[in-house]
Design a protein around this ligand. Sequence first.
Ligand SMILES: [Fe+2]
Length: 469
Amino acid sequence: MGAGKNPGWASCQALSAKCCLPAHQTNQQPSAYLRFPRVVLSACSDLSLPLRVAVQKNNFRRLLRTVEALSDLGPEMTAEREFSETARTMLSALRQTVGAREGALFGFSDRPSLLTLIAAEGFALLPEPTVIPLLPKHVHALSSLRSPVVLNPTTYDVFLSSNGNVAPELFKSIAALRVGGKLVGMVALGRREGESLYEEDELEALGLLSHYVALAVHNHALSQSLAQRMSENLRLLASLHGFYDNALEAFAAAIDVKHVNIHGHSLRVGRYAAGIGEALGMDQGEVAALRSAGYLHDIGKVAVDKHIFGKPGALDPSEFREMADHTVVGHQIVSGVQFPWPRIPEIVRWHHERGDGSGYPDGLLMEDVPMAVRIVGLADTFDAMISERPYREPLSVGGTLSEIVRLTPQKYDPNAVQGLLLQVRRDAVGSNRAPFLENRAGLSIAPPDVDHLAATLQHKLSSGRLYLT
Ligand SMILES: [Fe+2]
């Protein structure tokens, strides 16, 4: 609407520029202002001066309230707080602007088509939750509603169904909330102050403010559906991890089937590595990765001659090379597989590396070995030492931990060893819900002995630090 096309506007300008807008705005016609001066314009030309001034003041007050409400809505929509609170504040601003005693804000969801109450003010009693199911004809009518309407007995059924748990007759005027032509909700106003009817000006103000409320409702619905999709994806991922866990457990058992002495080794290494990760406060994903990597760390042993596993004495150089190659062969096997955990190939390759460069196959130093590899390597060593071998009896838990502490931090990561000691101590005092160690003879240690080992390790580390400074 331009000034030239509006005779009222022109006559008003001729009468007095100040009559319609403040002096500095007489040459501007922003749309928010253009929608409101209609009553003012007719008043300017038809009424006596005192009445004209009164009408102008009244209309400017309403205009001011609307602009005020608009300026309040911006911060409301972006405020970091619960949406229910934002919705209540927006509804309150709407209600005050149009002088409504009662107001309700609904969100719309399809499949099934339903209006659900988000916030309400002034109504005596609304059920929880308040819902209005919509038929396709209602959705179509509301989606096509470009400006607010006053409802009457003949139009209730056009826009709303009476199948909900609230009577449509409670609402005197409604505004459809639409974004991009799609219905996202509805503002419904009940009775006005003084029981008066909603006039064109109130409906225009309601229509203007509804655009902003629609955006806020739509944004909230989007973020909710995003959160819902995220949690569905996480659930799927968890079930996928569960599937992987089961499949890899079966793999772990198959890897160790070559000789009775290594039965259960990969399963235990997976469990110990996960336990150490938990003790170090790693998140669920990292712990799951450690468990799976532990299950698979010796997968290359499928290529090792099974007689080597049962040899009672030391391996000759070619046998040792064949055994040591299980790291490289395993790395080749898992590198071709897309695991949900990207570190598995390097864990399989490097689980026999040691911090002082004495390990194989690449002779890495501690700083080149990732933490997950250090943990699986330690879990592997720990299980190998407390298990029987063809050439020796199993070591006790105390003796094994003592040897590991002796070789830390030169060969083993001190944090990983502390995590191992913590889990063993939890077993010793009975605070582990699921025991860390297997329940078999010799696998126990007194809490003071673990404390002594932890103190020894701490002393070694702090002495090292003192020496360095
Ligand atoms: Fe190994």
